[in-house]
Design a protein around this ligand. Structure first.
Ligand SMILES: C[S@@+](CC[C@H](N)C(=O)[O-])C[C@H]1O[C@@H](n2cnc3c(N)ncnc32)[C@H](O)[C@@H]1O
Length: 241
């Protein structure tokens, strides 16, 4: 299948050591967060415009049906607030976080009834058991593979008992710098995961998988990658004694 994103073979001067489940931080010779922030800061308006109507409606509906009505939802990597807005209009209390200040400014304007903050997913500033639902759509793909399990575990920690976590990743086994043809070949950092890896990360975080999709192929020219979707639930603390 033709992919809109073409990985660079070996970016000169940049070394990447992909090792899933390595202990500690990944050894990248560059600041992946900075690469990500620059990509979205430079393309904030274009990104917001291009993705405005791209709801993964089937998964929004499934997620919303599992989260406690009127519950508190964290939209991780909320970008310009498209999904946050949908959650607000469906009666949820919504907080959104993103590393891009320009996208957070857009989200604040677009969804005044939600709360938005610039925050790194790998350094969450919330106490344990804060949210009834966490929506993490297309964000782990900007986290090094070796760090993804600890990020999923930290999302699980801030979920309340019986809370629901949604994760969407792109399918594959690689990570590295890519040029994105949809944005003038701008460079970004991307990671890909296999379905069994996503499965393992969720279970290692002591969450129960409610649903995990097979690969979904190209939706449209923009969403041309194969994607994997998962819904997981934190066990009910009382039921476990
Ligand atoms: C591919 S977009 C997905 C946006 C939206 N969730 C969606 O599904 O359309 C990835 C978003 O995650 C944000 N992001 C990337 N790395 C992040 C991190 N470490 N912490 C918080 N947000 C991050 C980016 O700034 C961007 O807005």
């Amino acid at each position: 299948m033709q992919c809109a994103i073409s990985p660079l073979a070996e970016p000169r001067g940049l070394s990447i050591r992909p090792k899933l489940y390595a202990k500690g931080r990944t050894e990248l010779s560059f600041d992946y967060l900075q690469v990500t922030r620059e990509f979205y800061e430079d393309h904030a308006e274009e990104y917001a415009r291009k993705t405005a109507g791209m709801f993964d409606q089937e998964w929004l509906d499934k997620f919303a049906s599992l989260v406690r009505p009127n519950g508190r939802i964290l939209d991780v990597g909320c970008a310009s607030g498209r999904d946050s807005g949908w959650f607000v209009s469906n009666g949820f209390q919504v907080e959104g976080i993103d590393v891009s200040p320009a996208l957070i400014e857009r989200a604040k304007k677009a969804v005044p009834n939600a709360t938005f903050s610039v925050m790194d997913l790998a350094n969450l500033q919330y106490p344990p058991e804060s949210f009834d639902g966490i929506w993490c759509s297309c964000v782990l793909l900007h986290i090094p593979r070796a760090e993804a399990p600890s990020v999923v575990a930290s999302l699980a920690r801030i979920l309340r008992s019986s809370g629901i976590l949604y994760i969407l990743v792109k399918e594959g086994k690689s990570e590295g710098l890519e040029q994105d043809a949809r944005y003038g070949n701008a460079t970004k950092f991307s990671s890909y995961f296999k379905v069994d890896e996503l499965h393992e990360m969720i279970e290692a975080a002591d969450l129960k998988i409610r649903l995990i999709s097979d690969m979904h192929e190209k939706v449209d020219d923009y969403r041309a990658s194969e994607r994997i979707f998962a819904l997981a639930q934190k066990p009910d603390a009382q039921a476990n004694g």
